[in-house]
Ligand binder design. Structure first.
Ligand code: GAF
Length: 388
């Protein structure tokens, strides 16, 4: 199904639910993070791109103060009065779109004077695969409501709106990576984002011209960042920064690591070392991409994976197997992408090797008795937009 089909189908779904046509359809993509993992909430660098799987939202005007939201992934229509929107009153899947409506109010939108809306949402971004299905919903809804209500926030601010919904309403202590990728990306390029200044630069990847593909290997081990390991890693980073006397780990350089080793316990040191070296790898990836093209960044992707596996300890055996099998079968580089504890690996691959690596990874999973992975090539795509 093409992206235009998805937008048209979302409009049809809206009409079926609400008995009238929508006034518009907006969409926003999931993302792959090429490199720079867990660096965002440490004020560091990330280098993601939007993928060609998107969440779509169709919107219809109302003349009262009610918001209704329906979707293709749950049978119910959730209804809330605009005066009753609060982080505490929202739960389940509807916390993502309704959380965004609440968060817009925290960024200056005069919600007291807007009329309600009906929303219908669909998505082709796989859930729990580490590809930011939640940010895709948040960013499509943020763009739709911002335009419909005439708020006029810029895209970096809309990314903050999405992150606030995720942090305060959904309860996941995430950074700004996913929403920035979803809102700022351009086709055939990745976004080099400084998460401290929020300066963003769109850098062409040139994959098609170089005959390269990014293969996603979804381990089908699902993750959730509202609980567990993600928050623990964030706490370790904060403890490390505090022990080293810096505001954030962005302020620690690779040359400072011997001093850090003398001050920190072994586990905290390894968490810090991942962040510090990962920031440097992002900078090196951007430089090498510019100088030599994507075919030359493989060793950095591989090193990033080792760091996530051994220092940050956020990979799982299925993901490690996906990465090592891709590498053993000719991938230029491979690493886990996203927050970890499941989700997906990516492999940078010469086009002709894609089917070979897919086959070998599947065979390796079967041999270990793991649930079959889902594999697909992603195309670096345009960020959030109005479709109709
Ligand atoms: C998740 C979070 F949402 C991001 O903010 C980021 O921390 C990422 O994990 C790890 O790089 O996707």
């Amino acid at each position: 199904m093409t992206e235009a089909d998805t937008a048209a189908e979302t409009a049809v779904g809206f009409t079926e639910r609400y008995g009238r046509a929508p006034v518009g359809v907006w969409s926003a993509p999931g993302r792959v993070n090429l490199i720079g993992e867990h660096t965002d909430y440490n004020d560091g660098f990330v280098f993601p791109f939007a993928i060609d799987q998107r969440a779509c939202v169709a919107l219809g005007a109302r003349d009262d103060r009610v918001i209704r939201v329906s979707s293709t992934f749950a049978p119910e229509v959730v209804e809330v009065h605009l005066d009753e929107l609060s982080p505490e009153s929202l739960e389940g899947w509807s916390a993502y779109p309704l959380g965004v409506a609440w968060a817009l109010g925290q960024f200056g939108a005069e919600l007291a004077s807007v009329a309600g809306v009906d929303l219908h949402i669909s998505s082709t971004v796989p859930v729990g695969a580490g590809l930011s299905s939640s940010a895709a919903i948040e960013c499509s809804v943020a763009l739709a409501l911002d335009e419909h209500w005439g708020i006029g926030l810029d895209r970096p601010t809309l990314a903050k709106v999405g992150r606030l919904a995720e942090n305060r309403v959904v309860g996941a202590p995430t950074g700004i990576l996913d929403q920035s990728a979803s809102l700022l990306s351009h086709a055939d390029a990745a976004v080099f984002l400084d998460c401290r200044s929020l300066d963003a630069e769109v850098i062409p990847l040139g994959l098609v011209a170089d005959g390269l593909s990014i293969l996603v290997i979804d381990s089908n081990v699902t993750h959730a960042h509202a609980t567990g390991g993600y928050a623990a890693r964030r706490a370790s980073c904060e403890a490390g920064a505090s022990a080293l006397g810096v505001d954030s780990l962005r302020d620690v350089r690779v040359d400072d690591l011997p001093r850090a080793a003398a001050v920190l316990d072994d586990e905290t040191f390894r968490r810090v070392r991942h962040i510090v070296t990962e920031n440097q790898r992002v900078l090196d990836t951007v430089r090498i991409l510019r100088e030599q093209g994507a075919g030359a960044i493989g060793a950095l992707l591989d090193a990033s994976h080792v760091s996530m596996r051994d220092d940050f300890e956020i990979t799982v055996p299925e993901i490690d197997l996906a990465v090592s099998t891709a590498q053993a079968n000719g991938a230029i580089g491979a690493r886990m992408t996203g927050g970890g504890f499941g989700g997906s690996a990516i492999a940078l691959v010469i086009d002709a090797l894609v089917p070979v690596i897919e086959r070998e990874v599947r065979a390796a999973f079967a041999e270990q008795g793991y649930r079959a992975p889902t594999t697909f090539v992603v195309r670096p795509s345009e960020g959030a937009r109005r479709d109709a």
